[in-house]
Design a protein around this ligand. Structure first.
Ligand SMILES: Nc1ncnc2c1ncn2[C@@H]1O[C@H](COP(=O)(O)OP(=O)(O)OP(=O)(O)O)[C@@H](O)[C@H]1O
Ligand SMILES: [Mg+2]
Length: 362
């Protein structure tokens, strides 16, 4: 199994620095000081999830994958990790949320230590050919016929996208002089395509068997299968279809010997009314003679019903997974901007700490 050897430095408020991976070399004086500095800097330990270098965030369409990917990115950046959120399918969402203009397909800084990039397969192919084969590749990359042929190859778009993600996660970046990242978070496509993306490198390696595509495919597939390097998280909402998809995703991943590391249930409504409240609300509604009061009571009752449905689906998900999940609240704000993402990062931090503590205690 590949070992995680990167040693990025983190500076503490008192000017000392410690190395991110130091906990893996116990016994040395430097490691002891690093751990002490880490404790002094943060009241809770770095979530284990953030010790990986590559995190795929997937889930059903519209459940909040992009939102969670950026919130997780903010959390990692706060913890001193140079982080990039890689959006597939050229969404540019993170860039727009932070109102950061930048070159298309370039690495753009959103906040301190937090970057984003929008990955496009065609662009990734041109970059790959340019770097690997110099001027010949450059000519090939800009050839319309070659491009059309390559893009028509089944799975090629996924291989090129995941290849670019893999490049971002390398300490030795192949794009000359590019700085390495401590963590790459992939805002992956919705569930079915997300699994395809993770499976593609192995498929190419198996089909091609020998040659550069097989070699590259195998290297990427090994990285994805390495649990010390890669994590897969699923985002869901507490509703029937997303819960079904999350359970199917877990099974599909397991067919490929890939685990689902964490499930994040997004957009949970607060429980404002208890069962006793709902009995009182219903009785009041029966007695009410005012249309306005009846409307208010009806709204409260339907909110209680909506919350209960969510709680039932949440329980079904927990039972289906046979493990706990991390939850995020529904935010009643006009839009999810940087301030809301910071808030979600806070909740994620606490949720991950609790979740990981539970996992350790069994
Ligand atoms: N916790 C939340 N509270 C309120 N609104 C939210 C929350 N999380 C996400 N949203 C909103 O829900 C919508 C969908 O979120 P998002 O774009 O992150 O989902 P997605 O899974 O990435 O969607 P897609 O599959 O289209 O890429 C967005 O408008 C987002 O602002
Ligand atoms: Mg999205």
């Amino acid at each position: 199994m590949r070992r995680f050897t990167h040693r990025a430095s983190i500076r503490t408020p008192d000017g000392n620095s410690f190395r991110r991976g130091a906990a893996r070399s116990p016994g040395t004086e430097r490691a002891r000081r690093d751990r002490a500095a880490r404790r002094q800097l943060f009241s809770t330990p770095v979530p284990e999830l953030l010790n990986r270098r590559l995190i795929f965030v997937t889930g059903k369409g519209g459940v909040g994958k992009s939102t969670v990917a950026v919130a997780l990115g903010l959390l990692a950046a706060r913890r001193g990790l140079r982080t990039i959120v890689a959006e597939l399918a050229s969404q540019d969402r993170a860039q727009r949320t932070f109102d950061q203009p930048g070159e298309h397909y370039a690495e753009v800084e959103l906040a301190e230590r937090l970057f984003t990039i929008s990955i496009d397969p065609q662009h990734a192919m041109e970059e790959y050919l340019r770097v690997k084969t110099g001027p010949v590749g450059h000519a090939l990359g800009s050839s319309k016929l070659f491009g059309a042929f390559a893009m028509a190859t089944p799975g090629m778009r996924e291989l090129l996208s995941v290849g670019k993600v893999w490049e971002l996660a390398q300490l030795q970046r192949r794009t000359g002089g590019a700085a390495p990242y401590d963590l790459v978070i992939v805002d992956a496509p919705a569930t079915g395509h997300g699994v395809g993306l993770l499976r593609t490198p192995r498929t190419f390696a198996e089909i091609a068997r020998v040659g550069p595509i097989a070699r590259q495919g195998r290297a990427i597939a090994n990285t994805i299968a390495d649990r010390a390097f890669t994590a897969v998280i699923a985002v869901s909402t507490a509703a029937e279809m997303p819960v079904n998809e999350t359970l199917v995703l877990r099974d599909s991943l397991s067919d490929d010997d890939l685990p689902l590391d964490t499930v994040i249930v997004n957009a949970l409504y607060p429980e404002r009314f208890s069962a006793a409240d709902s009995v009182k609300l219903r009785a009041a509604l029966e007695r009410s003679e005012s249309a306005t009061i009846s409307a208010a009571l009806g709204a409260a009752l339907s909110e209680r019903a909506r919350t209960q449905t969510q709680q039932l689906q949440l329980a079904r998900l927990r039972e289906g997974l046979a493990t706990d999940v991390v939850t995020l609240p529904y935010l009643f704000s006009e839009q999810i901007g940087p301030a809301e993402l910071e808030l979600l990062a806070d909740v994620l931090e606490q949720g991950l700490a609790r979740h990981e503590a539970l996992a350790v205690s069994g």
